[in-house]
Design a protein around this ligand. Structure first.
Ligand SMILES: [Zn+2]
Length: 101
């Protein structure tokens, strides 16, 4: 029999993983000098976190959705995923259709 985690367990494991990775990152951040952080920001600003190409930003119902011009990844700022999750299904479909080819 294959063991399948319940939804509660999946949530727990994901939260644990996030906490562990966040702690590692916070330790790294403390080693950065202020100038280094600024340099990184300028280098990566408005660029895809995955492939480094420019992002195309669209404003939909006050949410700024960034889509990569190369790999088509979609990126959200802090709080925007929560805001989108409160959308009605029809609004969600309309948002997706903006990016359809
Ligand atoms: Zn990309």
């Amino acid at each position: 029999m294959v063991w399948k985690p319940s939804e509660k367990e999946e949530e727990y494991f994901a939260r644990m993983e996030f906490e562990r990775k966040k702690k590692l990152e916070e330790e790294k951040h403390q080693k950065f000098a202020v100038g280094e952080k600024q340099e990184l920001k300028e280098l990566h600003y408005r660029r895809c976190p995955k492939c480094g190409m420019e992002l195309i930003e669209i404003d939909y119902k006050g949410i700024k959705v960034d889509k990569c011009s190369e790999c088509e990844g979609v990126w959200l700022d802090a709080g925007e995923l929560e805001a989108i999750s409160r959308f009605e299904k029809t609004s969600l479909d309309k948002l997706f259709s903006v990016f359809k080819k």
